[in-house]
Design a protein around this ligand. Structure first.
Ligand code: PEP
Length: 252
């Protein structure tokens, strides 16, 4: 059985100018120094990545981007590519976040191209999947989760799948203060792992880290992290406050 190193990632969304990023990360480094049994990642906006890389130099906190384009370069106004992110010091990239699916009309086919491009360019994708409240109430939750998981991994080799990270983020829990219960989250995480096993094999599925995201806070992280298939958290709002993010990182 694979040992999956817990991963806590902070998605800053469209928050933090460079001075704010510097302040937050300087404090965070101090608060969480010495933790070696878990991985910590922060995803500032593109404009703060270079500042973040400078502040984090020599620390174990890794850097993620929040999106990328699938082409390495070209006439794609407003887009940023994998090699550009790699050059800035990114190790991870969030792909298919529900806010991008919802507000930028991103579809599974684009998500799959981005996942492949990230791996081609040496970045670990954090592939986000999650159902809306309407889909859950209609009884379509697992159908949506399977479709997004399979769709985002279209055409991928087993080894590439084993190396990536999936984040289950129920849309109804993002930024709402309404968290999935540990049991609700575990049910979907187990379904994602079963989907991975069906498209690869059990060993590959067991190697993949599956994060939960959706109003993770200092006071609910421990219960979520106690679940068998929850390997970490993707944290939005609470990652912008040093104290709360540091406590989430130090889940027990
Ligand atoms: C997110 O942005 O991925 C997220 C989970 O946000 P929040 O923690 O604020 O719900």
């Amino acid at each position: 059985m694979a040992v999956r190193r817990p991963l806590i990632a902070g998605n800053w969304k469209m928050y933090c100018t460079r001075p704010a990023a510097e302040q937050l990360l300087t404090a965070l480094k101090v608060q969480i120094s010495g933790l070696t049994d878990r991985e910590v990642v922060v995803a500032p906006p593109f404009t703060a990545l270079e500042t973040a890389a400078r502040v984090l130099a020599g620390s174990s906190i890794r850097l993620a981007a929040q999106n990328l384009h699938w082409e390495p370069q070209g006439a794609f106004t407003g887009e940023v590519s994998g090699p550009m992110l790699k050059e800035l010091g990114c190790s991870y990239v969030i792909i298919g976040h529900s806010e991008r699916r919802q507000y930028c009309a991103e579809i599974d086919e684009q998500v799959a191209r981005k996942v492949k491009a990230a791996q081609r360019d040496g970045l670990v994708p954090i592939l986000c999947v999650g159902e809306t409240l309407e889909e859950r109430e209609r009884g379509d939750m697992l159908t949506v989760i399977r479709r997004q998981t399979q769709g985002g991994l279209q055409g991928q080799e087993k080894a590439a799948i084993a190396a990536l990270v999936i984040a289950y983020e129920p849309v109804w829990a993002i930024g709402t203060g309404r968290t999935a219960t540990p049991d609700q989250a575990q049910e979907v995480h187990a379904a994602i792992r079963a989907t991975l096993a069906a498209i690869t094999d059990q060993d590959t599925a067991d190697a993949v880290r599956i994060l939960y995201g959706g109003s993770v806070k200092a006071d609910n992280v421990d219960g979520l992290m106690a679940q068998a298939d929850i390997d970490g958290a993707l944290v939005g709002g609470a990652s912008l406050q040093v104290e709360s993010f540091a406590r989430i990182v130090q889940f027990r």
